[in-house]
Design a protein around this ligand. Structure first.
Ligand SMILES: O=C(O)CCC(=O)C(=O)O
Ligand SMILES: [Fe+2]
Length: 298
């Protein structure tokens, strides 16, 4: 659903001024959110001005059309098993914390130490500068606000990757085929990822196509692969929660429900690594079977 909202000229000028100074769009979005703007609105305002500046087009006027759903997010419980510990095949998973909103669970034991080390060894020679989905164009871009290196495994690329995908499906109750390829991220000292949501903003064509192919992103599993000597927490600024990366621990959170809503409280960031390095594997999960761009749709 699209609604028309007011876009105060002074806010528009403030955004344009800061973008021209070289401030990252995500930093401005976060600043607006800190001042109580809804994340979707902040994203739309910064996106509209950034787009005008990038293409030399006219500045947006005093109103904006945004894809918005004003109804409050309807929270649904995770399908992760109940209890303090549960088995997934050969692994015993211990539950360390459960979060109500965004719905989440912090676990140990989902991956063995050997599996963490094996993932790092497989990914290390294949790292590239990480990309993010540009909120304006929907294309993958190397973004200043995500200063990590990364790579993607193909679905079921090795026996280990296939085993992990099956384990994640058992954990979440969502079929393995709904998962995007496992993403590996490596942060050196100083690297970070500024606040963002993982669900796709339907405000541009590429994201709308992606949502049409595979459904929205509805959940994220973060698998921490090493102990980080300093920093690197996954921070949820809207709820005041931070996950400290520890080897073998995982955090799973959901932000999409069966009504097609996305939960803005899932906003999160990776705090800068202050000592050592950080390795994390990310699994983004769709509401339907994941069909990559360009793949045949049968
Ligand atoms: O590195 C982290 O802790 C978070 C990574 C993340 O937000 C993502 O991959 O979407
Ligand atoms: Fe994320």
């Amino acid at each position: 659903m699209s609604i028309t909202v007011n876009f105060a000229p002074e806010v528009r000028d403030w955004i344009a001024h800061n973008l021209r100074r070289g401030v990252e769009p995500q930093a401005l979005i976060q600043e607006l959110v800190n001042r109580n703007a809804k994340p979707e609105l902040a994203q739309a305002m910064v996106g509209a001005v950034a787009s005008a500046l990038a293409h030399g087009g006219p500045m947006p006027g005093d109103t904006l059309e945004i894809d918005a759903d004003d109804a409050p997010y309807r929270l649904e419980p995770l399908r992760v098993p109940e209890g303090a510990r549960f088995r997934l095949g050969e692994r015993e998973v211990r539950v360390l914390a459960r979060l109500q909103r965004p719905a989440g669970v912090l676990m140990s034991g989902l991956l063995s130490t050997a599996e963490c080390e094996a993932l790092i060894a497989l990914a290390r020679p294949r790292l590239r500068r990480s990309t993010v989905v540009d909120p304006v164009t929907g294309r993958d871009i190397v973004a200043g606000h995500r200063s990590s290196d990364g790579m993607f495994f193909l679905p079921r690329e090795t026996p280990l990757i296939a085993a992990l995908e099956d384990r994640v499906a058992k954990l979440t109750g969502i079929p393995a085929e709904n998962g995007e390829g496992l993403q590996m991220l490596h942060y050196s000292a100083g690297a970070e990822s500024t606040p963002h949501v993982d669900y796709l903003q339907p405000g541009n064509e590429a994201n709308r196509e992606s949502i049409a192919r595979s459904g929205q992103r509805v959940g994220t599993l973060l698998m921490y692969l090493n102990d980080v000597p300093g920093g690197g927490e996954t921070v949820f600024p809207q709820i005041g929660y931070a996950v400290v990366p520890q080897q073998g621990q995982s955090f799973y959170f959901e932000y999409g429900n069966r009504f097609g809503q996305s939960d803005p409280l899932s906003l999160h960031a990776a705090a800068p690594v202050t000592a050592g390095e950080k390795w994390v594997a990310t699994k983004w999960i769709r509401s339907r079977r994941f069909v990559p761009r360009g793949a045949a749709q049968d």
